[in-house]
Design a protein around this ligand. Structure first.
Ligand code: HXC
Length: 260
């Protein structure tokens, strides 16, 4: 499919998806969601693509939310279907057996914040701002924000953010555990791509095992989560990478992982 609202670039095994509607601060309309769905599927199917990075075009916004001019026209059924469509996409990021990094270069609001929260971790520029301002439109988050924000930063702070609609800075988001690292705006993309290249050299099997163990474990009690972990730990030993990593350490050399 040809893309109008996103850019999709590939380099060194890294797929860089850039939301590209800067005039609307990269707001998500149905067409953009469809393009993102298509691009994520491409990343899923292509073994050569090891890491997916999301960012926004322009220096103002990552994604300023769902497109409000579209929301304004929706009836209840259309609104529900739109929320479900977006939820399918954010779930597909969690189901992707590869690391996904949000490189948040500006406003990450509403659906933009929800999308970033579905990535494995968030790197943000000093200028980034996060928020769930739907309350100011008389609506609520719909791409999983009420659920993921509460799981990430605790329910009281999540409720405060969703109820007041107030934005928080990158530094505040980092203090809350929402953002992993903050960089100057000028170096954010390069630092994120550097991290992505670093991940691309690690064991694919182990990265997938970490992602699945953490994500599956979040929804269950500690014992069940640890059972997932032990199972995933065992899976690592079924391939060559565990042998290669441990042998390379003992031989004092750099490991070469093949993902087998
Ligand atoms: C459509 C948007 C938009 C959005 C910005 N624009 N956000 N268009 N949908 N979410 C457009 C503006 O209308 C404007 O278009 C242009 O982008 C620049 O925005 P300004 O407001 O002029 O910029 P600024 O004054 O710098 O303010 C930036 C801002 C503000 C604080 C980010 O744009 C803002 O509050 N945006 C809305 C954020 C929001 O409420 N997001 C949540 C949406 S609901 P023109 O044509 O005038 O230049 C949501 C629900 C998700 O995400 C779940 C759905 C199921």
């Amino acid at each position: 499919m040809a893309y109008e609202n996103i850019l999709f670039e590939v380099q060194d095994g890294i797929a860089l998806l850039t939301f590209n509607r800067p005039k609307a601060l990269n707001a998500l309309n149905p067409q953009t969601l469809e393009e993102v769905r298509d691009a994520v599927e491409r990343v899923r199917q292509d073994d050569a693509l090891r890491v997916l990075v999301f960012t926004g075009a322009g220096d103002k916004a990552f994604v300023a939310g769902a497109d409000i001019s579209e929301l304004q026209k929706m009836n209840p059924l259309e609104a529900r279907l739109f929320a479900e469509r977006g939820q399918e996409i954010v779930f597909s990021l969690e189901a992707l057996p590869k690391p996904v990094i949000a490189c948040v270069n500006g406003f990450a609001l509403g659906g933009g914040c929800e999308l970033a929260m579905s990535c494995d971790f968030i790197y943000a520029s000093e200028r980034a701002q996060f928020g769930q301002p739907e309350i100011n439109l008389g609506i609520i988050p719909g791409f999983g924000g009420t659920q993921r924000l509460a799981r990430l930063i605790g329910r009281a702070k999540a409720k405060e953010i969703c109820m007041t609609g107030e934005r928080i800075s990158a530094q505040e988001a980092k203090a809350l555990g929402l953002v992993a690292k903050v960089f100057p705006a000028e170096t954010l993309l390069e630092e994120t791509l550097k991290a992505a290249r670093n991940l691309a050299e690690k064991s694919r099997v182990a990265l997938r095992a970490i992602k699945q163990a953490v994500d599956r474990g979040m929804d269950v009690d500690l014992k069940t989560g640890c059972a997932f972990e032990a199972e995933a730990f065992g899976v690592c030993f079924a391939g060559q990478d565990a042998r290669e990593g441990t042998t390379a350490f003992l031989e004092k050399r750099k490991p070469h992982f093949t993902g087998t």
